[in-house]
Design a protein around this ligand. Structure first.
Ligand code: SAM
Length: 334
C-alpha cells in the first residue's frame, strides 16, 4: 500500500474518489469494469494512468479520480467491522507517543485495521507492528487485508490479550503500546513480558467512558506507569471566507427595486438569464445581495469583510486518550 509508484498497473489497489464521502477501494483487473451512479469505468482505461488522474465514463457523462492509497484515505474508505480510530486521533497519538521509522508498536484490538495501517506506514520497513484481535472473523478479514496491502512489517495474532497476554514466538520488545479495548486494565497486567526493558515505553489507552479511564489509571499506577495524562481530541474544521457587507442604503435600494418590480408586474427571477454574444450571463443591473446573478466571493464592486466560522463536524469517534510512560529505572511496582 505504501508505494510511490507514479502510474497504475494491473493488480494495483486504487482508491476511487466517486464523490464527497464516497471513496471506493478497487483492485485493478484487466477486463473488469467499475459501475457507479456516474457511469461505467473500464479498469483497462485506468491502467497506465498516473495516480491522481481524473477519468471520464464510457459515455462521457461522469468522472472519477484515481487516488493512490494512503492510511488516511484507507480510514475513510475501509469496510467497517467495528468503531475505528480516525485520523484526527491517530495522527495525534502517533506524534504524542513519538512513533517513528523503526519503532516497535503493540496494538490491541485490531478491529477494522484502520489504525494498523497508520502505524505500519509510520514505523516503515525497519519497524514492527504487533496487532492482536480475538474475534475470529475480524482477525481473518484483517489478515487477508494486511496481506493484500502488503503490510509486511505487521504481525497479526489471533488472541484474547486480556486472558492470554501478548507473548508470541518472536521477541516483541515494544516501545509503544496502543490499547483500543473495552477493558484495557486487564491487558496492562500482561505488558511487562513484552515491552522494551532498556528504554522508555509509551502507552495510549483509547476509551469512550470515564469509568474505563478510572480503572485503567489504577492499573497503570499499579504497574509502575508514570506521567499519566488524559487528553481528548476535538477536531473542528474552520472555514475562512469573505462575506458581503450589506449597507442600509443597499437594503433601501433593494426594497425600492422589489416595489418597482411588483408595480410593473415583472418577475425578473422567472426570466431566463440575459446572455452576451459569448453566451456568458449578463448583469441585470443593480444587485447588492447576489440574487438573479451569481456573484463571485470577493468580486469588485461590492464591499466584503473577512469572516470565519466552524465547518461541518469532522468524522471522528471521540474517546478519551490516556497517555503514560514507563522508564527502565522506575520499573514495575507489582
Ligand atoms: N483501533 C481499531 C481500528 O482503528 O480499526 C478498532 C478497534 S475496535 C474498537 C476494538 C477491537 O478489539 C474489536 O475488534 C474487538 O473484537 C477487539 N477486542 C476486544 N477485546 C479484546 C481482547 N481481549 N483481545 C483481543 N482483541 C479484543
Amino acid at each position: 500500500m505504501f508505494h510511490h509508484k507514479k502510474t497504475i498497473a494491473n493488480g494495483d489497489l486504487v482508491l476511487v474518489y466517486i464523490g464527497r464521502d464516497n471513496l471506493k477501494p478497487i483492485f485493478i483487473k484487466e477486463g473488469e469494469v467499475l459501475q457507479t451512479r456516474y457511469g461505467v469505468f473500464p479498469h483497462d482505461s485506468m491502467i497506465g494512468k498516473p495516480f491522481g488522474s481524473q477519468i471520464t465514463s464510457t459515455k462521457n457523462v461522469g468522472y472519477i479520480y484515481l487516488l493512490r492509497p494512503t492510511p488516511e484515505l484507507w480510514t475513510v474508505s475501509l469496510p467497517h467491522r467495528t468503531q475505528i480510530v480516525y485520523t484526527p486521533d491517530s495522527s495525534y497519538i502517533v506524534q504524542r507517543m513519538n512513533v517513528v521509522g523503526g519503532s516497535r508498536v503493540i496494538e490491541a484490538g485490531t478491529g477494522s485495521g484502520s489504525f494498523t495501517h497508520a502505524f505500519s506506514r509510520t514505523v516503515g520497513p525497519q519497524g514492527r507492528v504487533f496487532s492482536y484481535e480475538f474475534h475470529e472473523q475480524r482477525y481473518e478479514q484483517a489478515k487477508q487485508e494486511f496481506e493484500s496491502h502488503q503490510l509486511e512489517n505487521t504481525t497479526l495474532t489471533h488472541r484474547d490479550v486480556c486472558n492470554d497476554g501478548f507473548s508470541i514466538d518472536a521477541p516483541v520488545d515494544a516501545q509503544m503500546v496502543f490499547l483500543d479495548l473495552p477493558s484495557p486494565w486487564e491487558a496492562i497486567t500482561h505488558l511487562p513480558e513484552v515491552i522494551a526493558k532498556d528504554q522508555t515505553v509509551e502507552i495510549c489507552c483509547f476509551s469512550p467512558c470515564i469509568e474505563q479511564v478510572v480503572k485503567t489509571v489504577e492499573a497503570l499506577q499499579q504497574y509502575g506507569w508514570t506521567g499519566i495524562e488524559l487528553t481528548e481530541v476535538q477536531a473542528k474544521q474552520w472555514e475562512a471566507r469573505k462575506e458581503m457587507v450589506r449597507e442600509l442604503d443597499d437594503a433601501i435600494e433593494r426594497l425600492r427595486d422589489v416595489k418597482k418590480r411588483q408595480k410593473e408586474g415583472l418577475d425578473l427571477k422567472k426570466l431566463p438569464p440575459k446572455r452576451d454574444a459569448n453566451g456568458e450571463e449578463k448583469d441585470r443591473g443593480y444587485n447588492p445581495f447576489g440574487k438573479g446573478r451569481r456573484i463571485q466571493e470577493g468580486e469588485d464592486g461590492f464591499s466584503w469583510q473577512n469572516v470565519s466560522k466552524t465547518g461541518p463536524e469532522l468524522k471522528t469517534h471521540t474517546s478519551y486518550l490516556l497517555f503514560a510512560r514507563q522508564t527502565p529505572t522506575l520499573g514495575a511496582k507489582v
